[in-house]
Design a protein around this ligand. Structure first.
Ligand code: ATP
Ligand code: MG
Ligand code: FE
Length: 342
């Protein structure tokens, strides 16, 4: 089965063609980062309008790259939520209308299921069951995954998501949006140990997270530096290093706990923050110590992309699931409400 995947939940238009026999055939992405940067974050109305502009050229692009005629697919999968409603509606309405014209089924995919399954696109995919760490701009969750659609939430952030914490920390030091890659880049030049920030909620049992206090700790440290007239790039780098270290260690502690609590030996990490090199190294080290393994996607498939939606949609379309009319988008959509794959 060949599926066209369409991702428009936020500020990336991601399109891909996935074939259940041949794997990923082509993918294309347009990131709106430059459009939103001057506002310091995503402006929903601008995001929707830009998706309208990008969809058709990117769809043409993937069919050309795959050397296939337009419309040579067995189904369309689009991100139905969670995300920005206007942005989701652009992709959802486009997908449904196109599926109707091409006389193939359409299916709305859960964006976080897409992220969660993105590591399946790699040469050595993880096997079920596993523990998943979802770390993105809007989510920080630990999930027990027994199969596609069999998701049990083990813990989640009570306030900011990990990616959001990166973005807010960057913003308060005057760094551009999105802050994750900026902080990661600066942290490379940072001196370890000059600043130390808390590892929130690691001193008590449980698998929930909280990152808003960490952001406040960084804010206080940065204000203190400003008071002393020290706002050099080295100081920013030292703060970035300490912040990244605190987030990484907190995530590692909770992942270790989740593996021990479930008795599982496979950890899958997905979402934009899983592109972070220090986090990858730290999880490799932790899992090796438990004789367990960690899996993640290549960096471009950690952040939003069409390939993960094409893959997730293909699995569900193969099982006979498809849209029945009704709702196109959901701003909120708990992952554990998804139907299991038959
Ligand atoms: P969600 O998937 O929860 O709806 P989203 O789609 O906005 O949110 P993603 O695209 O998965 O999130 O990831 C974007 C986030 O990942 C941003 O917060 C960004 O700062 C962060 N990020 C990207 N690269 C890195 C990195 N190398 N280190 C840390 N964070 C990163
Ligand atoms: Mg994005
Ligand atoms: Fe995302």
């Amino acid at each position: 089965m060949r599926v066209l995947g369409i991702e428009t939940s936020c500020d990336e238009t991601g399109i891909a063609l996935y074939d259940s026999e041949r794997g990923l055939l082509a993918d294309a992405l347009f990131s709106q980062i430059d459009l939103h940067r001057i506002y310091g974050g995503v402006v929903p109305e601008l995001a929707s309008r830009d998706h309208v502009k990008r969809l058709v050229p990117l769809v043409r692009d993937v069919f050309a790259k795959a050397d296939l005629p337009m419309g040579a697919v067995d189904g369309l999968a689009y991100t139905a939520g969670p995300g920005l409603v206007g942005a989701l509606l652009v992709g959802g309405a486009f997908a449904r209308a196109t599926a109707h014209a091409w006389q193939v089924p359409a299916l709305g995919v859960h964006h976080m299921e897409g992220h969660l399954l993105a590591p399946m696109l790699e040469a050595r995919p993880p096997a079920f069951p596993f523990v998943a760490l979802l770390v993105s701009g809007g989510h920080t969750q630990l999930v027990q995954v027994n199969g596609i659609g069999q998701y049990q939430l083990l813990g989640e952030s009570l306030d900011d998501a990990a990616g959001e914490a990166f973005d807010k920390t960057a913003k308060l030091m005057g760094l551009p949006y999105p802050g994750g890659p900026e902080i990661a880049r600066l942290a490379q030049q940072g001196q370890a140990g000059r600043f130390v920030f808390p590892r929130p909620m690691t001193d008590r049992p449980g698998l929930d997270f909280s990152f808003s206090g960490l952001k406040t700790a960084v804010l206080n440290a940065w204000h203190e530096c400003q008071r002393q007239g020290d706002t050099s790039q080295q100081t920013q780098a030292d703060i970035a290093r300490a912040f990244e270290q605190a987030v990484v260690e907190t995530l590692v502690i909770k992942c270790r706990r989740a593996l021990k609590a479930t008795g599982m030996k496979t950890l899958v990490m997905a979402g934009g923050v899983s592109a972070n090199q220090h986090l990858r190294q730290a999880l490799e080290k932790m899992t090796a110590g438990l004789r367990a393994e960690v899996f993640y996607a290549r960096p471009v498939f950690c952040t939003d992309n069409g390939a993960m939606i094409a893959y997730a949609g293909c699995q569900r379309l193969l099982a006979g699931q498809h849209d029945e009319g009704g709702l196109i988008t959901r701003a909120r959509w708990p992952l554990d409400q998804l139907p299991a794959l038959a």
